[in-house]
Design a protein around this ligand. Structure first.
Ligand code: KG4
Ligand code: ZN
Length: 341
């Protein structure tokens, strides 16, 4: 079965073709970063307009790469939420219309479920059950995953997401958008520990997180000390240490608490090199295997949506099939959780 995946929840347009027998045939992403950069963040209206411009050229590109005709497509999966309402509507309108024209099913997919299952697309995929650390711009969650659709929430951020903390800290340090890669590049020039930042909830005894205090601590240091360029680099380094220490410690503790031996990391912050170093070092000591999505599948893409849709169809989920569609800008992943899973 050939599944077309469409992602348009934020500032990346992603299109992919996934074949249930042959694997990922082609995927293409257009990033809008350059367009939003001058505004210091994503401008929703501009994002929607750009998704409209990009979808058809991207579809043609992946079709050419995969050697697939439109009539070869058996199903279309699209991100229905969470995300920006207008941006989501572009992808869902496109997917539902194309599905209607081709006479194939269209399946709405939860963006975070897409991220969470994306490591399964790698050459050496993890086996169920595992613990997933979901770290994106909008979410920080630890989940127990027993299979497709069998998720149990172990803990989550009580306020800012990890990626959001990176983005806000980048702004405070005068860096551009997106903040994660910018903070991490500046951190490489600094020394952690020179200015001390807290490790929020490191010893809370649960699997929840809190990052908004960390951002406030950075704000206080920036306001009180007016740091030099070198001091800003030290702050970036210490901030990265604080976030990655809490994430890595709690993620590995969650795997042990579940008596499992596999951790899967997904979402944009999963691209952070320091986080990976810490997880790998801690996991090696504890006999835990850590799986990451391929680097180009860490941030938003259509491949994870196509894959998630294919797995959902294989599990028997059927779309409504009435051509009506609704996006869910706020769609709690908790709604997908299985009670008692
Ligand atoms: O998963 P994603 O692409 O989009 C959402 O679904 O939110 O994640 C984007 C987030 C942003 O907050 C970005 O700053 C962060 O991931 N990010 C990083 C890195 N690359 C992206 N954070 C830390 N280090 C990175 N290398
Ligand atoms: Zn995402």
């Amino acid at each position: 079965m050939l599944v077309l995946g469409i992602e348009s929840s934020c500032d990346e347009t992603g299109v992919a073709l996934y074949d249930t027998e042959r694997g990922l045939l082609a995927h293409a992403v257009h990033s809008q970063i350059a367009m939003h950069e001058e505004y210091g963040g994503v401008v929703p209206e501009l994002a929607s307009r750009d998704h409209i411009r990009r979808l058809i050229p991207l579809l043609e590109r992946v079709q050419a790469e995969a050697g697939a005709a439109r009539r070869d497509i058996d199903a279309i999966a699209y991100t229905a939420g969470p995300g920006l309402a207008g941006a989501l509507l572009v992808g869902s309108g496109f997917a539902e219309s194309l599905a209607f024209a081709l006479g194939v099913p269209a399946l709405p997919v939860h963006h975070l479920e897409g991220h969470m299952l994306s490591p399964l697309l790698s050459a050496d995929p993890p086996r169920f059950p595992f613990v997933a650390l979901l770290v994106s711009g909008g979410h920080t969650q630890l989940m127990r995953v027993d299979g497709v659709g069998a998720y149990a929430l172990l803990g989550e951020s009580l306020d800012d997401a990890a990626g959001e903390a990176f983005d806000k800290t980048a702004k405070l340090l005068g860096l551009g958008y997106p903040g994660g890669p910018a903070v991490s590049a500046l951190a490489a020039q600094g020394t952690p520990g020179r200015c001390k930042l807290p490790r929020p909830m490191l010893h809370s005894g649960d699997f929840d997180f809190s990052f908004s205090g960390l951002k406030t601590a950075v704000l206080t240091q920036v306001r009180d000390r007016q740091p030099s360029a070198a001091e800003r680099a030290d702050l970036a380094a210490e901030f990265q240490e604080a976030v990655t220490e809490v994430l890595a410690t709690k993620a590995l503790a969650a795997v042990r608490a579940q008596c499992l031996d596999t951790l899967v990391v997904a979402g944009g912050v999963g691209a952070n090199r320091r986080l990976r170093q810490r997880l790998d070092a801690g996991a090696a000591k504890a006999g835990i295997r850590v799986h990451y999505p391929e680097l180009d599948l860490c941030t938003d893409n259509g491949a994870m949506i196509a894959f998630c849709g294919a797995r959902r169809l294989a599990e028997g989920q059927r779309p409504a099939g009435n051509g009506a569609f609704a996006v869910r800008p706020r769609w709690p992943l908790a709604e997908l959780l299985q009670p008692g899973a």
